[in-house]
Design a binder for this molecule. Sequence first.
Ligand code: SF4
Length: 65
Amino acid sequence: MKITADTGSCVASGQCVLLAPGTFDQDEDAGTVVLLADEPADGEEDAVRQAELTCPAAAIRLSGA
Ligand code: SF4
């Protein structure tokens, strides 16, 4: 599973970070999503899928899943 995150459309809600803190972080200034890796951290596959579904800006995209 490959992850992409569109920082241009991210509205800095932080839901992805709460769901999968090993995969997503937030920029300290803007609050926008920062991908820690382009694949889910160990054990966070389901949480990453949930983040894609619940991101209010549809900024998270998964491929090859
Ligand atoms: S859930 Fe979506 S809008 Fe919220 S911080 Fe993550 S990528 Fe940005």
